[in-house]
Design a protein around this ligand. Structure first.
Ligand code: SF4
Length: 463
């Protein structure tokens, strides 16, 4: 492959079409220079993980642009305080770049702690802080000592690596809180939910399933997160990890430090959310919990299945492209799309590892393109080549889809519709249907003449 067909030669090893020779896909490497990767920086990786901790202040130590870039970056909902929705910045300028930004950081922290009385303060180091060498740790220690509020440095200088390194820095920041709370009243049937960020209230839905099974949720990291819950999370019997790319390192560290085992699950799609509840029930080997899981799944499916049939009928045989942050979500999306009759022509992720991609290759149909750390030129090329009906991605993929005249479903952190759990599957089918069967595509130049289903607009009334 060469630049002329939309693929930079250095990227060829990160693209594979199922059926074209033996499976091999390079991954977990720095992005190719000049390829305009869809990945965000290390700082952004930390920010998306820690952002939903609602009773902490989040201080971005750097130029104001870093804070603006990540302001309110997730649709993470709170049942109480909303401190997390602010984007505090030390707004470093020329003077601080020359003379150092430590005094400004200290002043900002003292001011914010006095004003908001937060349970903790996270300080994110950005690129320029790494360059000028501010000692964020020393300032954090000094302010913690003086105010009694834990100030936690997040070592997230943007250039330090990939977004995945930002996840790791966020987990290390959380680890400074874990183990500092009282665990005496925690049930033996208890879990922490890791890698669930309460987008559109999803963490509340998931917690409700577990409560109906008789399981105590000690903490959610980090959706609708509370510092005091995180402090006592080492008292839970099990860690249940959803967004494995962001939180597996924390789960492994908690297993090492506190002996808490962990399970990898997904709450997207009927198969995976049911399996998640059954797996957790199996872990506790408790008959009441097992019966509880069966009851939750039965009740939810009885409600859901009749509502799915009309969408499946309209979407049968359509094709989709998936490009998401973590590969684990891609597995669930392939299954969820099959549930509504759709097939996948392209699938990729920003941060998948070799195990993830092996599994992805097994799940895909022959001819499916699998990509690691892709870019707009490649994705556009494959979308046109495969003539897909739907693109599933995040905020950076949305304009690409619309410009190409392709329906889009936002499955990333900006979305405002719950897509997890049983109710989320119904929302997903509805969202996909509304976009794929919208009459607007008949006006897109590339689509003109292909036609759309004439009955496409009436499902909402029928469902
Ligand atoms: S940390 Fe660096 S790469 Fe990230 S937004 Fe700020 S300047 Fe850009």
């Amino acid at each position: 492959m060469s630049k002329s067909d939309g693929v930079i030669a250095a990227r060829a090893g990160q693209i594979y079409t199922k059926g074209n020779g033996e499976f091999a896909l390079a991954c977990e490497k720095a992005s190719t220079a000049g390829a305009v990767s869809q990945r965000a920086c290390v700082f952004c990786g930390s920010r998306v993980v820690l952002y939903p901790v609602t009773d902490a202040v989040h201080v971005v130590h750097g130029p104001v642009g870093c804070a603006a870039f990540t302001w309110d970056i997730r649709g993470a909902m709170s049942s109480g305080l909303e401190l997390h929705r602010n984007s505090f910045s030390t707004d470093l300028r020329e003077n601080e770049i020359i003379h150092g930004g430590e005094p400004r950081l200290e002043e900002a922290l003292r001011h914010l702690i006095a004003k908001f009385n937060p349970k903790a303060a996270f300080v994110y180091a950005t690129c320029i802080v790494g360059v000028i060498g501010d000692d964020v740790g020393a300032i954090a220690k000094k302010v913690t000592r003086d105010t009694g509020v834990p100030v936690i440095p997040v070592h997230s200088e943007g250039f330090r690596g990939t977004k995945k390194d930002g996840y790791r820095a966020a987990c290390e920041a959380l680890e400074t809180l874990i183990g500092t709370g009282d665990t005496s009243d925690i049930s033996p049937l208890s879990i922490n939910i890791l890698g669930e960020f309460n987008l559109a209230g999803e963490a509340w839905m998931i917690q409700d399933y577990y409560r109906r099974m008789g399981i105590e949720v000690v903490s959610v990291m980090t959706g609708d997160g509370r510092v005091d819950d995180i402090r006592r999370s080492h008292g839970a019997a099990l860690n249940v990890v959803q967004c494995s790319g962001s939180m597996t390192s924390l789960a492994k560290d908690m297993e090492r430090d506190y002996g808490i085992p962990f399970l990898r699950v997904s709450y997207f799609g009927i198969e995976d959310v049911s399996q998640a509840l059954y797996d957790v029930a199996d872990f506790f080997a408790n008959e009441d919990v097992k019966r509880g899981a069966e009851k939750v799944v039965r009740e939810e499916l009885l409600e859901l299945m009749p509502r799915m049939a009309p969408y499946r009928e309209k979407l049968q045989g359509k094709s989709a492209a998936i490009y998401v942050g973590g590969a684990f979500k891609a597995f669930s999306l392939i299954k969820a799309l099959r549930t509504i009759g759709m097939r996948v022509a392209l699938v990729g992720s920003q941060t998948g590892n070799s195990e993830d991609y092996k599994l992805l290759e097994q799940m895909c149909d022959p001819g499916t393109v699998i990509v690691d750390d892709s870019n707009p030129v490649e994705l556009s090329r494959f979308i046109i080549e495969k003539d897909v009906d739907l693109f599933i991605g995040g905020v950076k993929e949305r304009p690409m889809a619309y410009k190409l005249g392709v329906a889009f479903c936002d499955h990333n952190h900006e979305r405002k519709i719950a897509l997890a759990g049983f109710e989320g599957m119904k929302n997903f089918a509805e969202e996909v249907y509304r976009s794929v069967c919208s009459p607007v595509w008949q006006f897109a130049p590339r689509r003109a003449g292909r036609g759309i289903p004439a009955s496409g607009l009436h499902i909402q009334a029928e469902a």
